[in-house]
Design a protein around this ligand. Sequence first.
Ligand code: ME8
Length: 516
Amino acid sequence: MNKIFYLTTPLYYVNAKPHIGHAYTNILCDTFARYRRFRGEKVFFLTGTDEHGTKIEKAAREQGKDPRQYVDEMVPQFKELWSLLDIRYDHFIRTTDEEHKTVVKNVLQQLEKAGDIYKAAYRGWYCTPCESFWTKLQLAGGLCPDCRREVQELSEENYFFKLSKYQSWLVSYIKENLEFIQPEIRRNEIISFLKEPLEDLSITRPRSRLSWGIDYPTSKEHVVYVWFDALVNYITAAGYSVDATRFENYWPADVHAVGKDIVRQHAVYWPIMLHALGLKPPKKVLAHGWWTMAGAKVSKSRGNAVDPAELVKKYGVDAFRYFLLHEVTIGNDGAFSEDLLAERYTTDLANNLGNLWFRIASMLEKYFGGKIPVIRQSHTGDDLLEKSFRLWDDVNQAMKNYDPRTATSKIWEVITRANQFIEEKKPWVLARREKDSDDQGLEKVLATLVECVAHVGGILSPFLPETSEKILKRLQLESELTLDQESFSKRWIKEKNKIERGEALFPKLDEEKAAS
Ligand code: ME8
C-alpha cells in the first residue's frame, strides 16, 4: 500500500477563540491537503485542540467553569471556523480524548523503561502565560525572555526527560537532512540554539500546583507537562501503540506546519522524543511567519485579533483564502490590513478573474446561445492554450516547495494573459465580420478562452475551492477532480457542454466595504 501523505497543524490552545493566525495555518494545510488529493494521493490531514495546562485551567477558572466544561464549550468555535473556511480535515484530535491519554501513558512508560526519564528537584523561573520554565541566565532583566512578563521562582520535584543525551544525534540529523527544518532561517536558528548544551526537559508538573493534565503513569502527585502531552498527538492520531498497521502506513508524518513561535518544540523536543522511542522524525517541520497588525503579532493576549468569520462574511471564503495564500511567501511575516484585502479583492478577484469569467460567458451567450462552439481547426495563433495546459507543471513545481504564493501567481499570469487575449482578438469585431463569411475566427477564439478558464477553474481547486467548483459546474464539468499531467493537458470541453453565466464570481464591494 502507498504511504499516506500525512500533514498536521499545531493543536491550538482553547483559551480564546481562533484568530487570523490560526486560520492561516489551517488554510495553508488545507491547500496542501487538497492539492495532494487533487493529484490522486491518499491524504490524512490532522488538526485539533490543545486542552490541558495552566493556561486553560486559568481561563476556565476566570469564567467560573470546570475545565472540562470549559474546553467542551470552546472546541465548537474551532470546528465552526474550519467549516466556514472550507477546511477539509480528516481528523480532529483533542488532547482530552481518551485514546490520546492512553498513548501518552504508553509513551512515558516506554521512555521510563528505556532509562530516559529521571526524577529530580527543579529550581527555575516560571512564566505562566507561556508555560515555560527559564533558567536565571535565560531571563531578560528578570522577566520572561519571550513575553517580557513577570516570572515566579519555583523549586519542585519533577520528572525529567533526557534531552541532552540525544543532542549530538539531533545536530547531525539536522545537518544531514536539510529538508527537515524549513525555511533555512529557522534551521539556522535551531542549529545555533543547539550550540549550547541542552537542558533536560521537565515533563511533569506537581498536581498540587496544576491538576488539569494527563495523570503521570507512575506518580499520583504529578500530571504531564502540556507540551509533552500535546506533541504526542501526532503519533496518537497515527495509531501509535494501539494500531500497528495503521501506524506503519502513516508514520513518519510528511509535514508538521507550525508558526515560527513553536519551532523549538517541534524541531528539538519532538524529534528527540521520537528518536528515544525508536521512531523516525517527521519528514518536515515547515515554519511560517506571523501575521501582524499595526506592527505587532496578531495574538489572543494582545487583543488585536481580527475575526476571520467577519472577514468571510464580508468578502467570501475564497477571497480570504486567496489573500492569505498569495500575500506573503511562506516563512515571511505579513502585515494584515482589511484595506489590503479589499484591494486584492477588487483587483485580482473581481476585475481580473471575475471579469474574465463574465466576458467569456456573456460572449458565449450572446454569440452562441450559451453553447460552446465546436472547433474544426483549433489553432488560434496564440500560446494561451499552451500556457493554460502548462499550469499543471508550474503549480506542481511551486507546490513541491510548499509555495502557494508562486502557484497562485502563475495562475494569475494566465488569467491576465486571457484578458489581454480578448482585447487583442476583439471577438466583437470578429462577430460582425463573420456574418458574411465562413471564417471560424470567433469560434476559435472563444473555444480557446473557454478551455483556458476551465483549466484555471480546475487548478484553482486546492486554493479557492468554492470558486473552482462554481466555474467547473457552470461549464458542466466534473468538479471533484483528480488529475495528472496527462489528463490536465487535454481539452475538457465537449460538444455537449453548455455554459451558464451565473451570478458574478466576485460581486462589486459596496461603498461601505470598500471604504472600511
Ligand atoms: O502554540 N500569525 O497553540 P496556539 C501566524 N498549543 N500564525 C499564528 C499567529 C500569527 N499572528 N498566531 C498564532 C500552541 N498562529 C500550542 C501548539 S502543537 C503540538 C501545540 C498560529 O494556540 C501558528 O500556527 O498558541 C502558531 O504556531 C499557532 O497558531 C500557535 O497556536
